[in-house]
Design a protein around this ligand. Sequence first.
Ligand code: BMA
Length: 320
Amino acid sequence: MLRHPHNPILTRADVPAIEPHLVDCSSVFNPGAIKFGDKYLMVVRTQSRSRETFMVMAESKDGIHFQVEDHIVDFKGIENIKEKIYHIYDARITFIEGTYYIMFAMDMDAGCQLGLGQTDDFKNFRFLGITSNEDIRNGVLFPAKIDGKFMRLDRPNKARHSSGPTSGSTIWLSSSDNLIDWIPVSPVIEGRFHYWDEFIGSGPPPVKTREGWLHIYHGVATHFGSANIYQAGVMLLDLKNPSKVISRGFYNILEPRESWELMGQVPNVVFPSGMIVKEFDDEGFALPSSEVFVYYGAADTCVGLAVTTVKELIDDAYKS
Ligand code: BMA
């Protein structure tokens, strides 16, 4: 993938003061992204100087220059949750059957849960519910039902970084009839110890191609003295049975190299969470020649954009 020359495409300086909670924003990162009509939209993760996180929308005509909105995304109904919610973050946006779903992480006393929001217009947002009952993160919905079921990839937090946060080394496929209650179906991939992707988690939602579901994920190399290095990689999953891996690239496709990826709130992090494919065929498959914009959090501090094509990503998934 190639970094866009305008990078980093969003920094804290682009976030307007939002009274009273988000004045003098500390960081903006890990964006969900989607094409909405002729606009490119992101739901970005911001932090205040209390290090509380908030989601804010950003909008663009070209997918490169974004304007950040001056209000916080308010998921109506989330206030009815009785337990304390400390943070909501890391939005992943999927269009399914005429509406937009946003799956995100919720830090609560019981650990991290996966919340689900929905919108038709990216102005009014509804909270649909908590969709997990274990410590789990990185939930991404497939854009279509498979065999009559909603499907998602998720990553139970069964491991812990030596420096702190919970993580995991298995991405699972789960299924649901109603988007709220999910049943684990099968593990999909495991972390590869000693290599770039020891701990793993899904990136942006999978994209349908003729070769299979194209899926970017993040991997964390944990075997370096003082750093957990977050990188991005790619795999292809079977269209009918996405627990079957067709191919998984051996090499990362993006790693922290620029100063704004190497330095920041959490150094050495690229964390892809949004992906916009420009062109699809009449049956909804991504065109191999299509340009792809991949949006990622850099060092948990700003937002980066990497550019590639569907074909290049597929080729990378086959590199062994
Ligand atoms: C993960 C998540 C991400 C974050 C990353 C790097 O565990 O918390 O939101 O970007 O760590 O700090």
